[in-house]
Design a protein around this ligand. Structure first.
Ligand SMILES: [Mg+2]
Length: 312
């Protein structure tokens, strides 16, 4: 019988998001697929260094062990061919990561396969793959390069989310952009009791909240880190309440930089839809940008993300 993954958070992750494959990626871009494949085969036994999402993935897999439950499933999703993927699998063994499922699509777009693996969240460094996932209705984010120094907490998983256009829809933000701050604040006051519609990461938060509730121990800590401030905070709090979701911490920054809060929180990962927040944050904690719209919709607020190069 196939495993039931309904209550499991399934994370699809590219090999370049889990491990540092930047040098290898440059070989691919500059010298082509054959040179890249030769290099990977010649270096099959050389263990890869951790990449941006490594601390998060390692912490999630430890959580499974701690709670003796299969709460999070991690699947390697890569456009590599199976031959060149062997080095990645060897590195997974070396770090003792209990990742059993993998997809090496041999250059085929991954979007259609994400559904086949029941992926809830897809993390990659490649914008095209991330956009493809979003187009397939899957929460997805593009990772930045990791911070130079990052020491994750060993006992807790700490995840920080932006609010508008990440956990919540971008509807209110559109009012801010089109009509200004006063109109936005007035709108949020008037509609304070009307829950905000779910954004691209709303479901991920709900699943994490369920996982959190399984243990009395604080194993997962969630922070909302938003540019909203009073009085626009109320609608956010009432929305989370109506979803039956609690966050452990909420920072309403009203235009202050998010960096110091993220540093203090020491997030394993921070998700924000805007490069102007996620970019600077990525120098402090592992960070990712969440594209809001499918490619058939018009981008109006999307600065280019961290890296748009192809990923093998
Ligand atoms: Mg936002």
């Amino acid at each position: 019988m196939p495993p039931d993954l309904t209550d499991t958070l399934v994370i699809g992750i590219s090999s370049r998001a889990l491990f540092d494959l930047e040098m290898e990626n440059r070989i691919f871009e500059e010298e082509g697929l054959n040179a890249y494949a030769d290099f990977q085969r010649d270096n099959e036994a050389r263990i890869l260094e951790p990449g941006t999402a490594f601390p998060l993935i390692e912490a999630f897999l430890k959580l499974n062990e701690k709670l003796k439950e299969h709460l999070v499933e991690v699947v390697i999703m890569s456009q590599n061919n199976p031959q060149t993927g062997l080095r990645v699998m060897n590195s997974i063994d070396f770090y003792n990561l209990s990742i059993t499922r993998a997809a090496f699509s041999g250059g085929q777009p991954l979007g259609p396969f994400l559904k086949a693996y029941s992926v809830d969240l897809y993390l990659s460094k490649n914008m095209e793959d991330v956009q493809d996932a979003v187009d397939h209705g899957i929460a997805s984010a593009q990772l930045y390069a990791p911070p130079e120094v990052f020491n994750p907490d060993a006992d807790e998983i700490r995840i920080a989310f932006d609010g508008d256009a990440v956990l919540f829809s971008e509807d209110s933000e559109v009012i801010y952009k089109q009509q200004g701050l006063d109109a936005f604040l007035e709108h949020e006051k008037v509609f304070a009791e009307l829950p905000l519609p779910e954004g691209p990461f709303g479901r991920v938060l709900k699943t994490l909240s369920r996982i959190k509730s399984l243990s009395d121990e604080k194993l997962v800590r969630i922070a909302l880190v938003t540019a909203r401030d009073r009085p626009a905070h109320e609608r956010v709090i009432l929305t989370l309440r109506s979803w039956g979701v609690t966050v452990d911490e909420a920072y309403f920054l009203g235009g202050l930089s998010k960096n110091q809060v993220l540093k203090a929180f020491n997030a394993h990962i921070f998700f924000d839809d805007q490069d102007k927040h996620a970019g600077p944050a990525s120098e402090i904690v592992p960070s990712a940008r969440v594209p809001y719209k499918t490619s058939s919709e018009l981008y109006d607020n999307d600065a280019p993300g961290p890296d748009t190069s192809a990923e093998k």
